[in-house]
Design a protein around this ligand. Structure first.
Ligand code: NDP
Ligand code: KPL
Length: 347
């Protein structure tokens, strides 16, 4: 890899647009590959990036190279893969066809299985996992907003350390870390709320204000933590609360949750989960790669995961066109079947 690596973002959507823009502002050599409507919109408006601490920058139209053509992968030293998990295989095929410089491929996707797919499809390339703990909303007309605080965690290797140093300290900075699988499981615990948020049809803050939704999330985390323990996997701490205490913090009474948890973990009033975005746009979701990962882990252990199975089934119904906004009480009754899922803690 040369002095200034050429970074190509494959999948300029919420995450790809924000990190691509933020890295460009940090002086990196970045170009984006995305879909036609977005490419045209950025061609007209440029990019405007902001975050919840009041940081705001504009990149004029035409300054950041952007195309719909996968042939742009030819010049990549680094491919930042920012497509949804259900199209990883198709994206890997495009990389295999078009990349010429043996790029390092970094997956910024949620879920656990993407890196394995990439390793299988691209056996000669260096594949790296990164985990994004924050939320990005695409607000239209070239505007991206980072609505949850946090830094991107990336597998610690010489190449990723050099990349992190080159990108500096902006809002999409990289933080190299040791055990990325533990981090990815830690993130999955957080992402178990994506399905609940999508089914609620609300913003994250509106949803989390209702303890019944939080009880469902807490139960899905407890189920997952129990299975991870049986599998000998220790998820990493992401954010202010250690994984073992997360269900208790999330499922706690409103007064405790609002005055302690939400004071340390900042969430923008506009933020929603990426799964909400998918359902709202009529797209397939990543539920198979999140709740489904837990259901498959249970099956490997000869056990069941009733909470995550129920959430997965509801998301599949929603993907199939069943339009229903679940209230917290309805979802709790349906998924927890009268509290049987986690009797010990009354969630
Ligand atoms: N949004 C968020 O806040 C967060 C997202 N993540 C994770 O990041 C990943 C990306 O999510 P997100 O940015 O929200 O997804 P988006 O759907 O917003 O962005 C992905 C974009 O890539 C496009 N795309 C897919 N395949 C290709 C391709 N081969 N060539 C060009 N463009 C392509 C998609 O178009 P089309 O839809 O037409 O296929 C879409 O516009 C997911 O794994 C998600 O879970 C993680 C943390 C937070
Ligand atoms: C940041 C978070 C957890 C928000 O729900 C997310 O990962 C997503 O939206 O996919």
């Amino acid at each position: 890899m040369g002095e200034t690596p050429k970074i190509v973002i494959l999948g300029a959507g919420s995450i790809g647009g924000f990190i691509g823009g933020a890295w460009h502002l940090a002086g990196a050599d970045v170009s984006l590959i995305g879909r036609d409507p977005l490419v045209r919109s950025i061609g007209q408006h440029g990019l405007i990036l902001s975050d919840l601490d009041g940081w705001k920058r504009r990149i004029p139209a035409g300054e950041l190279p952007m195309t719909t053509k996968p042939a742009a992968l030819a010049k990549a030293d680094i491919v930042a893969l920012c497509v949804k998990s259900n199209v990883t295989e198709a994206a890997a095929k495009q990389i295999a066809t078009h990349a010429k410089r043996k790029p390092m491929v970094i997956s910024f996707q949620n879920g656990l299985g993407n890196v394995d797919v990439l390793k299988r499809k691209l056996p000669k390339l260096e594949i790296v996992q990164a985990v994004i703990p924050f939320n990005i909303a695409y607000l239209g007309e070239g505007r991206w907003h980072k609505g949850v605080a946090g830094d991107i965690l990336i597998e610690d290797r010489p190449a990723t350390r050099a990349l992190a140093a080159g990108l500096g300290n902006g809002p999409a900075r990289l933080d190299p870390t040791g055990d990325i699988i533990a981090v990815a499981w830690g993130k999955l615990l957080i992402n178990l709320n994506n399905a609940i948020n999508a089914l609620s049809g609300r913003t994250l803050l509106e949803e989390l204000a209702d303890r019944d939704y939080r009880r469902v999330w807490a139960a899905s985390m407890m189920e997952t933590l129990d299975l991870l323990k049986a599998a000998g996997i220790a998820p990493a701490k992401l954010g202010p609360v250690p994984p073992g205490l997360l269900p208790h913090a999330i499922g706690s009474p409103d007064i405790v949750f609002k005055n302690i948890f939400l004071r340390i973990q900042k969430i923008d009033p506009r933020a929603r989960s990426s799964m909400y975005d998918d359902l709202a746009a009529g797209r397939a979701t990543e539920a198979e790669h999140l709740n489904g990962e837990v259901v498959r882990l249970a099956a490997r252990l000869g056990r069941k995961a009733p909470v995550n199975s129920a959430l997965l089934a509801l998301i599949k119904q929603a993907e199939a066109g069943v339009e229903r906004r679940w209230s917290g009480a309805e979802l709790r009754r349906h998924v927890l079947e009268g509290g049987q899922a986690a009797p010990l803690f009354g969630y």
